[in-house]
Write a protein that binds this ligand. Structure first.
Ligand code: ARG
Ligand code: GLU
Length: 714
């Protein structure tokens, strides 16, 4: 008994020590984290992770596209990221004849690698705190507008001071709600080619059914290669470009992982909101999440039917479906997790303590005394505006494809007096049109529009809707009527719209008001922009200002504590351990999955669970080569307690020696609320075991020649 008790205590200690909340700033690891990391097992130094003067891990990591991470794994610029991060590219190269989504794609040599216009990757050259420079000249009594102008001009000056090299990009971003600023210098590479991707039955195994869920069997990876000019510098696409030689690339460790091992994830987490007040969390749980979820449920229901009925539509909408479904599911998990954690009550408790702390000192009273009141006033007013905002976003702006296209023409119409901008916008539209119609199915769009309009009318308070439309509601939500206006509209016809665009003029744009789809869109959006948006913007500004003061107060109140800055799509380090978890009383989830589990999931009747034939054969032969674990099984994925978020997809999962052991791709269902509130007991990131990726490349795809350029540690 005593023994059991002792182990229990140890286990509990072990757990609380292991999961570390926070996404930390690489340049500040030395000050805040490295000691703890080393205690947890990390064997290298802060400079091995981030160093401006010598090659370090950061030189092997990129912001992939606009919202994923990737890491370099060879001296020839070979890059690994998630399948779902490369999904858009893989899909764009796919047709019914070359269906790379279904069959996978493997370049047999470098000349077969596929070019991806518009895709870029960015390496961080350095980051520097510039709070003093950004806040220079700020005076206590400055008006909001003055303050904004001053900060903007300071930021401009900072950017200029860094300027020089042409393909370096400088960003200055606020942290801790503007209580701190950092400058980030990136080198941007624009010639990034697709090298390989497994079939969706591997890269997306489990699909949206298993998305956000552990245990998991998704082979979520794809391979790209960065190309550079002859001088190894960034260059726009040219057939003469050469593979980029990075300052550093990750060695790959094949010796395996164990529960309790140190892990870190190094990548570009997009956004978190760990310091929201209780009222914001309430709005999220009670209104924002449910409305957004309901809008997407409608859209996904229609897409599902249409995609199942027609293989062409399936390919056209695969990427869109995945995108819509992803947040839809996460919001539901997030709400559940926040409710389970009693997040509102927890935040209220914190606010009580905060008030107490403020009232202990008259100086504090003066500085911070109105914060909670301000939140109360502004969130009360925001409440029903938020509904209008969320539903406008979900049903009008991102609802039907055709409204998205019309929005671009509407922007064009606003630019008739600015020739340069007008021509630029015209060019952009001309560029997106072919892709738009490649992935557009009229009948599908015609179902989505009225279904979403119906929700818009039902949920948004009539006082926030254009009167003109309320009286026409029955038409607008009637699919036969909607079909009719599509038929008459130029926007649903690729030839007509192309010819309209080529001869476009101010006069022709005016005439578009006669197009009923166009006038429907502009009636709603003009109304929104005039009547809802200003209030929404004003309240958001007010709340942001209050949140900045709240953050400053928290920083003061917790001076002796280490506080994380919310994620802002800049390079961060998060660390923890490989560990399973208890999703519910009486159940423990193991930290890894294997091919055996994937084979068990196989079901010919469920599209998400169909295991490709060749993989089954490899399983039957247990042909795992050097990729099996000590038990003779082929590992697929593992989970660990690293605090990650969207944007961390594709991030390297790194062991104590700085070697690649996995590629991050998801979080577990029970932990999706970690963007708002982290729970060390249940928040886990999900990673692909790198051995599985290599197994697929080598044994499944027969692309083993790619392994030759990697540095494998066995
Ligand atoms: N949930 C993961 C992330 O947030 C994966 C998304 C892609 N997969 C999918 N089945 N839609 O990006
Ligand atoms: N799949 C996410 C991404 O695309 C990572 C999962 C998460 O949100 O933690 O970044």
């Amino acid at each position: 008994m005593k023994r059991i008790f002792f182990t229990l205590i140890c286990l509990m200690l072990f757990k609380t020590i292991f999961a570390v909340e926070g996404m930390w700033i690489p340049a500040l690891l030395k000050k805040f984290n490295i000691e703890e990391m080393q205690k947890m097992g990390f064997k290298l130094t802060a400079e091995d992770i981030y160093d401006v003067n010598h090659a370090s891990m950061k030189d092997a990591i990129v912001l992939f596209g606009s919202g994923c991470t990737g890491e370099v794994i060879s001296n020839d610029g070979l890059l690994i990221t998630n399948h779902h991060c490369g999904f858009g590219q893989i899909q764009k190269h796919s047709t019914l004849a070359h269906d790379y989504l279904t069959d996978g794609f493997w370049a047999k040599n470098r000349s077969e690698e596929l070019v991806n216009p518009g895709l870029s990757v960015q390496f961080l050259i350095k980051m520097e705190e510039v709070t003093r420079e950004v806040t220079k000249g700020i005076k206590e009594d400055m008006k909001e507008d003055e303050l904004k102008t001053l900060i903007a001009s300071n930021i401009d000056a900072i950017k200029k001071s860094y300027a020089g090299k042409s393909d370096y990009k400088v960003d200055v971003k606020p942290l801790l709600y503007g209580n701190q600023y950092f400058a980030y210098i990136y080198e941007v590479f624009r010639d990034v080619r697709l090298v390989g991707a497994p079939p969706a039955s591997i890269g997306k195994f489990g699909g949206d059914t298993d998305n956000w869920v552990w245990p998991r069997h998704t082979g979520d990876f794809s391979l790209f290669r960065i190309y550079a000019g002859k001088d190894n510098k960034s260059a726009s696409y040219s057939p003469n470009n050469q593979p980029y030689h990075p300052k550093k690339f990750f060695p790959i460790n094949l010796t395996g992982i164990r529960e309790g091992d140190f892990t870190m994830v190094f990548g570009f987490p997009g956004s978190t909101q760990e310091y929201l007040p209780s009222l914001a969390v309430r709005l999220l749980i009670e209104k924002s999440n449910p409305n957004k979820v309901d809008a997407r449920t409608i859209k996904l229901g229609i897409l599902e039917k249409q995609m199942a009925a027609d293989p062409k539509v399936r390919i056209q909408y695969a990427s869109k479906y995945a995108g819509v479904s992803n947040s839809w599911k996460k919001w539901q998990g997030e709400t559940k997790g926040l409710v389970r954690l009693h997040a509102i009550e927890k935040k209220e408790q914190q606010e009580l303590e905060f008030s107490k702390w403020v009232s202990q000192d008259t100086q504090r009273e003066k500085k911070y005394g109105t914060i909670l009141e301000n939140f109360k006033k502004n969130y009360a007013e925001l409440s029903d505006i938020q509904i209008a905002y969320d539903l406008y976003n979900e049903t009008i702006l991102r609802g039907s494809d055709v409204f998205g296209l019309i929005a671009r023409f509407d922007q064009l119409a606003q630019l008739v007096n600015d020739t340069i901008k007008f021509n630029r916008q015209k060019k952009t539209i001309a560029e997106v049109l072919p892709g738009f119609f490649k992935d557009y199915d009229g009948p599908t769009d015609q179902l989505i529009l009225p279904a979403l309009l119906k929700l818009y009318f039902e949920r948004v308070d009539p006082k926030h809707l254009p009167e003109k439309l309320i009286s026409r509601k029955s038409d607008l939500i009637n699919s036969t009527w909607v079909q009719k206006i599509y038929k008459k509209s130029v926007f649903a016809d690729s030839l007509k719209i192309r010819s309209l665009l080529s001869g476009i003029s101010a006069k022709k744009l005016k005439k578009l008001q006669k197009d009923e789809l166009y006038s429907l869109y502009t009636t709603i959006s003009d109304y929104y922009i005039k009547n809802i948006d200003p209030t929404f913007q004003r309240l958001s500004q007010e709340i942001l200002k209050t949140q900045k003061a709240y953050m400053a107060a928290i920083l003061e109140m917790k001076q002796d504590q280490r506080l994380m800055a919310d994620a802002n799509l800049t390079l961060r380090v998060t660390y923890g351990k490989i560990e399973g978890y208890e999703p519910m009383d009486g159940v423990y989830y193991q930290y890894y999955t294997t091919l055996k589990g994937m084979i068990n999931k196989h079901n010919p009747n469920i599209a998400d669970y169909v295991v490709p034939e060749k993989l089954k054969q490899l399983y039957q032969a247990r042909d795992y080569g050097i990729y099996k674990n000590p038990a003779g099984e082929l590992p697929i994925a593992f989970c660990a307690s690293n605090h990650t978020t969207g944007g961390n997809s594709g991030s390297p999962v790194i062991n104590a020696n700085g070697e690649l052991i996995g590629v991050n791709f998801d979080r577990c269902w029970e932990g999706t609320m970690s963007d708002v509130l982290f729970d060390p007991e249940r928040c886990r990131n999900i990673a692909l075991d790198i051995r599985y990726a290599l197994f697929i490349i080598d044994k499944y795809a027969g692309a083993g020649y790619l392994l030759k350029e990697m540095n494998l540690i066995r």
